[in-house]
Design a binder for this molecule. Structure first.
Ligand code: HGY
Ligand code: MN
Ligand code: MN
Length: 416
C-alpha cells in the first residue's frame, strides 16, 4: 500500500490552537490543568471535543465507561477501523499536554484528511479513554482496562474517590455514561501519541520516540495501623506511631528501587495520615507504593523484597501493616509492524528519532493486549510532567502529530 507522501503534513498551528483552547477548561492554579476524571470540568472538555468532532464530520459513539469514539468512515465498511487517541482527563496539578496531545493529534489527522480530500479503506476512530490517570479513582487506565477485559465493569463503577463518591455515579452525573458495551469494538490497530514525560528525547536532541516497550507497574496500597494518643503526655516507649511506619516504608521503597538501577523506579505519591492533628500520634497511615520496571523479573524481585521486609519493620515498632494491590500491568512489548510504521514515518518525514521504552503507563499498554498497538512520543521540557509547568514546543507537537498521521494513514490504507 502506498505510504502518504512525505509532503503530507498536519496543520501544526491548528493543532496548537486546539490544545490551548482545551487547556482553558479546568485550569490549574499554576498554568497547568486540573480536569480530573468525571468532574464537571471533564464533562466540559468532552463537550468541546464532541463539538469539534461533529464539525469534522465524525459520528460519536460512547460506551458504558464513557469512552468516546469519533468515527470517520472508510471506503470499505467491513474493514476494521484504525483507532487513534489518548485521554483528556488530567492530574490535579497536571500539565496541558499529557493525554490531550494524543486525542487532539488524532482529531488533527481527520481535519487534515478532510482538507486534502483523502479517503482511506479502513475507517479511522479518534478515541478519548475515560480515567487514564487513575488519581481520583484508582487504578490508572481504568476504562481501557475494562475494554481490554482486565477489570469487570461493575468493579470499575464501584471504585471510590477520597470523598467516597463512586466512579459509576459520577460518570452518570456528568451525563457521559454511554450505551455501548465496553470492549465490543474490534480494532485493526491502535496508535497513541504522547509526550515522553521523561528527559531522554530532549537530552539527546531527538524529535520522535519510537516506543517499542513500556514499563510494568504495581500499585500497592498500604494501611499502617498504630494507636492515636497524646503527642505530649504519651511516653516514647509506649507509642504506636503509624507515621513512623510510613516513614520507614518510604525509605524501604527507595532502597529497593535503587538496588535495581537503572531498571527500576519506586516511590509513594499518595499519602493520607489520620487523624492528621498536630498533637495526636497518627493512628493510621494509608498510602500507595508505585513500583515500575520494564523487566518482569525486576518487578517480581522488588515485590518479594518488600513483602519480606515491610511487615517486620512495622512489627518492630508496634504497628500493623495491611497491603492490597490496587493497580497492575506487566511490561508491554508493542506490535512490531505498528512500531515499524512509526519508525518509517519518522524516517520518511526527516525527523530525528530513537527507539524508547515508555516510563509512564498509557491506555496503549492495555489496548496492546487486544489489538496491534504502537506509540509515538515527543520530547517535553526538562522531561517534566505531572507538574503544572509541563511544557512542549509547537515544533515537537507538530512533528509528533505528523508521524502519527503517517503511521495511521498508512495503516488505514489511502484509496487513490
Ligand atoms: O501513572 C501513569 O504512568 C500515567 O501517567 N497515568
Ligand atoms: Mn497520559
Ligand atoms: Mn498522566
Amino acid at each position: 500500500m502506498p505510504a502518504p507522501g512525505e509532503n503530507m503534513r498536519i496543520n501544526g498551528d491548528r493543532l496548537w490552537d486546539s490544545i490551548h483552547e482545551m487547556a482553558e477548561i479546568g485550569p490549574g492554579i499554576a498554568g497547568g490543568n486540573n480536569r480530573q476524571t468525571v468532574t464537571d470540568e471533564d464533562g466540559e472538555g468532552r463537550h468541546l471535543f464532541q463539538r469539534w468532532c461533529e464539525e469534522a464530520g465524525l459520528t460519536m459513539g460512547v460506551d458504558e465507561m464513557g469512552t468516546m469514539f469519533a468515527r470517520r468512515e472508510g471506503t470499505d465498511p467491513d474493514a476494521l477501523p484504525v483507532y487513534v487517541g489518548s485521554h483528556l482527563d488530567t492530574q490535579p496539578t497536571g500539565g496541558r499536554y499529557d493525554g490531550v496531545l494524543g486525542v487532539l493529534g488524532g482529531l488533527e489527522i481527520i481535519r487534515t484528511l478532510n482538507d486534502l480530500g483523502i479517503k482511506t479503506k479502513h475507517p479511522i476512530v479518534v478515541t478519548n479513554w475515560t480515567n487514564e490517570e487513575g488519581t481520583r479513582f484508582a487504578p490508572a487506565m481504568l476504562a481501557s482496562g475494562v475494554f481490554a477485559g482486565k477489570h469487570d465493569l461493575q468493579w470499575a463503577y464501584d471504585r471510590t474517590d477520597a470523598k467516597g463518591l463512586k466512579f459509576g455515579d459520577e460518570l452518570e452525573r456528568i451525563g457521559w455514561k454511554g450505551e455501548e458495551k465496553v470492549g465490543d469494538r474490534k480494532m485493526h490497530a491502535f496508535f497513541e501519541l504522547h509526550i515522553e514525560q521523561g528527559p531522554i528525547l530532549e537530552a539527546e536532541g531527538k524529535d520522535i520516540g519510537v516506543v517499542t516497550h513500556g514499563q510494568g507497574l504495581r500499585w500497592i496500597q498500604c494501611t499502617v495501623t498504630g494507636k492515636e494518643s497524646h503527642t505530649g503526655s504519651t511516653p516514647m516507649p509506649m507509642r504506636k506511631n503509624a507515621g513512623r511506619g510510613l516513614a520507614l516504608i518510604t525509605e524501604l521503597v527507595h532502597e529497593i528501587a535503587m538496588k535495581h538501577q537503572p531498571n527500576a523506579v519506586g516511590a509513594i505519591g499518595h499519602i493520607d495520615i489520620y487523624p492528621n492533628s498536630r498533637n495526636i500520634i497518627p493512628g493510621k497511615a494509608v498510602f500507595t507504593i508505585d513500583f515500575r520496571s520494564h523487566l518482569m523479573e525486576v518487578i517480581d524481585a522488588m515485590l518479594n523484597e518488600f513483602n519480606e521486609r515491610a511487615p517486620k519493620l512495622c512489627e518492630d515498632i508496634g504497628v500493623t501493616l495491611e497491603t492490597e494491590i490496587v493497580g497492575q500491568f506487566n511490561p508491554p512489548a508493542f506490535d512490531k509492524n505498528c512500531v515499524a510504521a512509526v519508525r518509517n514515518a519518522a524516517e520518511r518525514l526527516g525527523y530525528s528519532h530513537k527507539d524508547i521504552v515508555s516510563g509512564a503507563g498509557h491506555d496503549a499498554c492495555w489496548i496492546n493486549d487486544v489489538a496491534p498497538t504502537a506509540m509515538v512520543m515527543c520530547p517535553c521540557v526538562d522531561g517534566l510532567s505531572h507538574n503544572e509547568a509541563e511544557d512542549i514546543s509547537k515544533e515537537w507537537a507538530t512533528a509528533g502529530a505528523d508521524v502519527l498521521f503517517h503511521a495511521v494513514v498508512e495503516t488505514a490504507e489511502i484509496v487513490e
